[in-house]
Write a protein of this length. Sequence first.
Length: 229
Amino acid sequence: MAKSKKLEVKGTEITIFQESTSDFISLTDIARYRDPERSDYILQNWMRNRSTIEFIGLWELFNNPDFNSIEFDGIKNHSGSNSFALTPKRWIEATNAIGIFSRTGRYGGTFAHKDIAFEFATWLSTEFKFYLIKEFQRLKEDESSRLNAEWDFQRTLAKVNYHIHTDAIKENLIPETLSKAQVSFVYANEADVLNMALFGKTAKQWRDDNPDKKGNIRDLHLSSNWWYY
């Protein structure tokens, strides 16, 4: 599982982690805002509501191709009665849900995709949901600013390395008698030798293959592999 991060919302610590490109938030932590000793009971009380089941079922139908819609219909039809009860474990096992899951261990609990977590927070407390969203947005803005700073640094580093490469070409490969056109040809040729070695294609081939992309071949590989530098 990806490394978790913490938010503090109205004195309650909320665990968040990212799996692939999706953010998941601890429902257990959100429930502790209402009652730290009975978070499981609060969560089950929310899940027995028909409106809750309709929402999380709709989310699964939209996002999960393996969702068991037949079991979902059965659960939905039984919801609303006084005897109806639903736990996260039963929901997951019966419907093959992916929007909610439980995790054991020291940092365990029930987690949900942010869409579902915000819905739970709405049921629990409108005020708490408001501050949860604000703190979540602040976290994402901080992450975006950090990534932009790292991208700017790596792009600058790539430019420095490129200039080192071109300076080496100038000092070692270009005779003083060449014309400007011939010098440009040498630069382009040596750059494409490097591009072929690193990326498997020349700059022109990359532009022909990617007419809608901005930047150049180095930018593309830098943005997808910056953590290797």
